[in-house]
Design a protein around this ligand. Sequence first.
Ligand SMILES: Cc1cc2nc3c(=O)[nH]c(=O)nc-3n(C[C@H](O)[C@H](O)[C@H](O)COP(=O)(O)OP(=O)(O)OC[C@H]3O[C@@H](n4cnc5c(N)ncnc54)[C@H](O)[C@@H]3O)c2cc1C
Length: 398
Amino acid sequence: MKIGIIGGGAAGLVCAIKSKNNDNEVIILERNPECGKKILATGNGRCNYWNNNQDLLHYESSTPNQISGLINEKTEKYVQDFFDEIGIIPKIKNGCYYPNSNQSLTIRNVLIEEVLDKKVKIKNNYLVKNIQLKHNKFLINNELLFDKIVLSTGSFAAPKTGSTGIGYDFLKQFNHHLRKPLPALVPLITKNYLFLKKWQGIRTDAKVTLIENGNILKEEVGEIQLTNYGISGICIFNLSNKVARGLAEKKEEIIKIDFLPTIDNQKLDKILNKNKSIKRILDCLLNAKLVEIILEEANLKQELWSSLEYNKKKKLIELLKSFKVEVVATKTFEEAQVTSGGVYLEEINLDTMESKIIPNLYIIGELLDLTGDCGGYNLGIAWRSGIVAGMTIGEAND
Ligand SMILES: Cc1cc2nc3c(=O)[nH]c(=O)nc-3n(C[C@H](O)[C@H](O)[C@H](O)COP(=O)(O)OP(=O)(O)OC[C@H]3O[C@@H](n4cnc5c(N)ncnc54)[C@H](O)[C@@H]3O)c2cc1C
């Protein structure tokens, strides 16, 4: 039995390791000079490869009832056993797993070493351009014939790492259906507000709320980055998937920012009600540039809180606790960490990752219509789906 793994990224590498047995030949076809280029970029070079909190709320798909078919305790154990077996020692921070070395290189290199130890072959610099079905076998680039293939080409996100979206074309060719792929875990572009130039470069803690057509969809707390085009940061990334899908449906997407998430309105009223100017008080609470913007928007200078009439007070509190910006677009796939959308989960047997349409075709990793939050969830999808497909292939008899 000859197995072709198309794409040597996170999902493809673990799938190859698990697929290999004494009787089969497993070959990874990778377009880059080396495998796992994207892994190196993960977690700011530290590779946040897993998360303790596996609540399904951290995952998104157009068919939410399918998610638990892959994200479940069984596959969680597979992943934990796998990393244990290959010798990765985790360093866990706020539930996020990193290799103890703090280097993505560790994960990437250990996976490649494991692949080579298992006698899996790697063909680097090999771009798969076409796949044809010939008498129930798969003919690749008119020269390589396989009994089974695994599509692990990744998505459109971060194309510099090798994932240019070609896997979606192969899926369509095999009569699979796709939920439109859109950039996710990506910065958001707002309307061209005058204050953007001024707030560029500010990093601040905040609570951000996504309001779509007037309805609250999701809330996140953490650091945000204010930029000359809009907003960024991990909490914004975690809202971006829903924003991208909403914008595609022409919905209004508002982000409400609470710049003082740990201070409620009553406490804020007390803090502001000191015998000092509002500016002086806010300067002690927030980034100075942000204070300038808020005072400008509130049309205030050096006033005391006690001197303000009701509407002015209300406006200032709104700016501090409910600063609203309208999102008009997301940044592109070049800046996205992942792609939302992909092949519908119903078209795949999630116990094996085999296509329900084409036998002996396996689909794994980011090609799936399954996206996770920031924090190790997306690599988690790659590991889980890669291990499930690999175990199925490795345990199959010729
Ligand atoms: C900057 C950045 C930071 C990230 N940080 C994290 C993080 O800390 N934690 C986390 O969980 N997730 C993170 N992610 C997301 C995570 O990296 C991806 O979800 C994951 O790598 C997807 O795995 P994959 O195997 O499906 O695809 P990929 O890792 O993209 O692998 C696909 C492979 O297929 C190859 N390929 C594509 N087409 C062909 C072809 N036609 N022929 C041959 N080879 C081909 C590519 O070269 C590539 O090597 C991050 C992503 C980015 C961009």
